[in-house]
Write a protein that binds this ligand. Structure first.
Ligand code: FEO
Ligand code: CA
Ligand code: CA
Length: 662
C-alpha cells in the first residue's frame, strides 16, 4: 500500500495475508515434535499419508454419483446446491432470494447525504454505512425476528477500490498515490462499526433510516478501557495520562452478540495502522515484535501522532482488545474489555455455561498462534440486563493446549500461576493481558493454523474452531491438531468440553474437516464422499450455528487460482452418517470474501457480508472495470446496481417464507 509499495494492493484481507512466517518465535514444541519423540518420523508420515489417501481418493465419477446419492442421505440440509464457479454475480440456492440490504456509503441517518463516491468526505462517511463488513449480528427488538438492530463491523478499507484516480499503472505495475489527510480521515470514518435498525416488511428487509438507535462507531469514537489493564502505566499516553480513555477501534473482524444483547467488536490486525520507530531500548520492543507492529500498511501515522511509535510509544497497547458496545443506548461509551486479553482478536462468540457463567471463545488470527476462551467470574442474570453489563471485567482467560491423544486442556493465564511471574516480566494481571501471546508461549499452548471464528453450539454442546490456513507449517511442525504441512486450505476442529460444560478446563477434540479439493489425493482433504464437486471448500473463516444447531461456514481465499471457485457459504453436516458432508448455499462475486454469516432467531433470514467484491489480481470483464476504481464517470456507482460491487450486507430469505436450508 502507500507506505509499503513493495506489496501489491490487489490482495484480499491485506493484513491477514502478509507473507511473514507469523510472529510466534517461542520454543513451544509443535505437536509434531512431541509425536516425533514417541514415534519415528518415517512411521508417522506413512501413517498420516495412508489415512489421508483413504479419505481423499475420490474419483470424479464417484463425486458425480455422490450428487445423486446425497438426495437420500441423512443430511440435515435439504436445499439444492449452488454450482461452484466464478463470475461477477452472487448466486444463492434455488428457491431463495439474496437481496442487497446495506452497501458501503448507504445513508443510515435521516440527515445523511446520499452516497457520492466522487465527492467523499469524512463528514458524509460518518453518517453512512462503513466499508468491508465482517461480523454481522442481529439484536431483536421486543423479541421479534422481523425487527431488530443489525450490528456490523467494518474491518478495513481498500483504498484502490474506494477512491477514484489514486491508482496508476506503469509498465504493468500498480502504484497507489500516498494518502493525504482528508483521505485518511475518510478511511478512519469508514472503519469501526454500524448499528442500524432494520425491519422485514412483506418478506423484504428494509433499513429504518431514522431509527433512534442507529449509530456509527469509527476509528475516532471515544472509548473507555476497563478491566485489569485499565489505567496501567503501559496504557498511558500524552493525550490520555489516565490510561483509561482511547479514541476509536480498528480492524474489527468477527465479533459477537452477548446473551445480554451487547455488541462485541474484536480488534484484529491493528499492527498495520502504526508507523515510526520506538525510541532506542524501549521496553515494549519485544511486545510489539510479537504482534508485528508497526507495519505501516496505512498512512494514518503521518497525520496522527498517536499512530506514530516515535511519538506515542504506548498507543499500540490500547488496541488489540475486545470492545463491548451497548447498542440500545446510542450515547453509551464503548468499552475495551482488557480482561479478554490483547492479541489479533478474530471474534468473541459466547454461550451461557451450566452454572450461569458466560464463556467467550476467542481466536488469535496469525500463523502459529493460539485459541483462547474467557470464562466470566460472575453469572448471567436473564432477568436483569443491567446486572450483566460489566461481566466482562472479571473472569479467567485460558489458552488451549491440544494433546495428540485427542484430549485438550485450557491453561489459565493468571498472574502468579506457573511461569506468569515477575521473573518473566509479568508483574501483574495487567502485564499478562497486555502480552497474552508471550504468556501463552510460556505456558506451552499449541501453535495453530490461523485461528479464526470459534463458535459454541448450544444444541449439540460442541465448539467449532475455524483454522483458515498456514502455508508456512513445515513437515516437522505438523501435529495432530494441525495435521498438514503447507496447509493451504485450512481445517475445522470440533471440541467437546468435559461433561458438556463450556466452562470446563479440559475437553476432547477431533478434526471435523480437512479442507480443499477431495479429488486430489495430495491435498489430503477429508470431506465425506457424499460431498459433491461443488460442496468442498478451502479457507474456512467465519461461521454460524443456526437455531437447530447446524453449522454454516463462510470462506476467505477461494479464487480462480487457488480453488477454481469464489468464496461462499457452505452448509456442513456435523451429525450422524452425513457428518463431514458440505453443500454450497451461496457464493460471492469474483474478488470477494464472505463474512457474517448470521441467522435470525427464527432461521428465516441469513445475513451475510460480501467483503471487497471485484478485488483481485486481474481485471474481470463482467464488472466492466479494472480491479481498481478508475473510471468513475461511466462505471460507478450505478453499474449493475443490483449486485454488490460495493462491499455489502446481503439478506438471504426463502421465497414464500420459511426456514433457511430446511
Ligand atoms: Fe479478519 Fe482473521 O479474518
Ligand atoms: Ca475472519
Ligand atoms: Ca478474513
Amino acid at each position: 500500500m502507500t507506505a509499503n509499495p513493495a506489496q501489491s494492493p490487489f490482495r484480499t484481507s491485506l493484513l491477514e495475508e502478509n507473507d511473514g512466517p507469523g510472529t510466534n518465535r517461542s520454543e513451544n514444541p509443535t505437536m509434531g515434535e512431541v509425536i516425533s519423540r514417541r514415534f519415528s518420523r518415517r512411521g508417522f508420515l506413512q501413517g498420516s499419508l495412508a489415512v489421508s489417501a483413504i479419505a481423499a481418493t475420490v474419483s470424479p465419477m464417484a463425486l458425480m454419483l455422490a450428487d445423486e446419492a446425497r438426495a437420500q442421505s441423512a443430511s440435515a440440509f435439504s436445499f439444492k446446491e449452488v454450482e461452484a464457479g466464478i463470475d461477477e454475480n452472487h448466486h444463492v440456492a434455488e428457491g431463495y432470494d439474496a437481496d442487497v440490504l446495506l452497501r458501503w456509503g448507504d445513508p443510515i441517518f435521516a440527515d445523511a447525504p446520499e452516497f457520492d463516491p466522487a465527492n467523499q468526505t469524512p463528514e458524509a462517511q460518518v453518517k453512512q454505512f462503513g466499508y468491508n463488513s465482517d461480523y454481522v449480528g442481529f439484536i431483536p427488538l421486543e423479541g421479534a425476528s422481523d425487527h431488530g438492530l443489525l450490528v456490523v463491523n467494518h474491518e478495513y478499507t481498500n483504498e484502490h477500490l474506494m477512491f477514484p484516480g489514486i491508482v496508476t499503472v506503469k509498465d504493468g505495475k500498480i502504484e497507489i498515490a500516498p494518502a493525504d489527510e482528508k483521505r485518511v480521515a475518510i478511511e478512519m470514518a469508514a472503519h469501526g462499526g454500524s448499528i442500524v435498525e432494520i425491519r422485514r416488511v412483506d418478506g423484504k428487509w428494509q433499513v429504518v433510516r431514522d431509527g433512534t438507535m442507529n449509530r456509527r462507531i469509527t476509528a475516532t469514537t471515544e472509548m473507555e478501557l476497563t478491566g485489569p489493564a485499565a489505567g496501567h502505566d503501559r496504557l498511558k499516553t500524552n493525550a490520555d495520562p489516565s490510561g483509561t480513555k482511547v479514541l476509536g477501534t480498528i480492524n474489527n473482524c468477527a465479533g459477537g452478540v452477548t446473551p445480554w444483547g451487547t455488541y462485541i467488536m474484536a480488534e484484529e490486525n491493528f499492527h498495520g495502522y502504526f508507523g515510526g520507530q520506538l525510541p532506542e531500548g524501549h521496553p515494549e520492543v519485544v511486545n510489539y515484535e510479537r504482534l508485528g507492529a508497526p507495519d505501516e500498511t496505512y498512512a494514518w501515522f503521518n497525520f496522527h501522532d498517536r499512530f506514530d511509535l516515535s511519538k506515542e510509544p504506548n498507543e499500540p497497547n490500547r488496541f488489540g482488545w475486545i470492545v463491548e458496545v451497548d447498542p440500545l443506548d446510542p450515547n453509551s461509551t464503548p468499552k475495551k474489555r482488557t480482561a479478554l486479553g490483547r492479541f489479533k482478536h478474530e471474534g468473541a462468540e459466547s454461550i451461557v455455561a451450566q452454572d450461569g457463567r458466560v464463556v467467550f471463545y476467542l481466536g488469535d488470527d496469525e500463523r502459529f498462534d493460539y485459541v483462547y476462551k474467557f470464562v466470566t467470574a460472575g453469572t448471567y442474570n436473564p432477568d436483569d440486563r443491567a446486572a450483566n453489563m460489566d461481566l466482562l471485567d472479571e473472569g479467567t482467560l485460558y489458552v488451549a493446549k491440544f494433546e495428540e491423544d485427542g484430549t485438550m486442556e485450557w491453561l489459565p493465564l493468571v498472574h502468579g500461576q506457573g511461569p506468569l511471574t515477575a521473573e518473566n516480566g509479568f508483574n501483574s494481571q495487567a502485564d499478562v493481558v497486555i502480552e497474552v501471546r508471550r504468556a501463552g508461549d510460556l505456558l506451552g499452548a499449541t501453535k495453530m493454523d490461523r485461528p479464526e471464528d470459534v463458535q459454541p453450539n448450544g444444541v449439540n454442546g460442541k465448539v467449532y474452531v475455524m483454522l483458515t490456513n498456514n502455508t508456512k507449517r513445515t513437515d516437522d511442525q505438523v501435529d495432530a491438531a494441525n495435521p498438514r504441512a503447507e496447509n493451504a486450505f485450512g481445517h475445522i476442529i470440533e471440541i467437546a468440553e468435559d461433561g458438556g460444560d463450556f466452562a470446563a478446563t479440559k475437553g476432547r477434540w477431533e478434526v471435523l474437516l480437512k479442507c480443499g479439493d477431495p479429488s486430489v489425493a495430495e491435498v489430503g482433504a477429508s470431506f465425506s464422499t457424499e460431498t459433491t464437486k461443488n460442496g468442498w471448500f478451502g479457507m474456512p473463516d467465519n461461521c454460524a450455528i443456526d437455531s437447530v444447531g447446524r453449522l454454516w461456514v463462510a470462506t476467505d481465499g477461494n479464487s480462480p487460482s487457488d480453488t477454481g471457485r469464489t468464496d461462499g457459504l457452505w452448509a456442513v453436516d456435523t451429525e450422524g452418517e452425513a457428518r463431514g458432508t458440505s453443500k454450497l448455499f451461496f457464493r460471492v462475486p469474483v474478488g470477494a470474501e464472505l463474512c457474517g454469516p448470521l441467522f435470525t432467531p427464527d432461521d428465516e433470514t441469513a445475513f451475510v457480508a460480501v467483503q471487497h467484491p471485484g478485488d483481485g489480481g486481474e481485471d474481470w470483464d463482467g464488472f466492466g472495470r479494472p480491479s481498481y476504481y478508475e473510471d468513475l464517470s461511466t462505471r460507478w456507482p450505478d453499474f449493475r446496481d443490483d449486485m454488490p460491487v460495493r462491499p455489502a450486507v446481503v439478506a438471504i430469505t426463502k421465497q414464500g417464507g420459511g426456514k433457511i436450508g430446511a
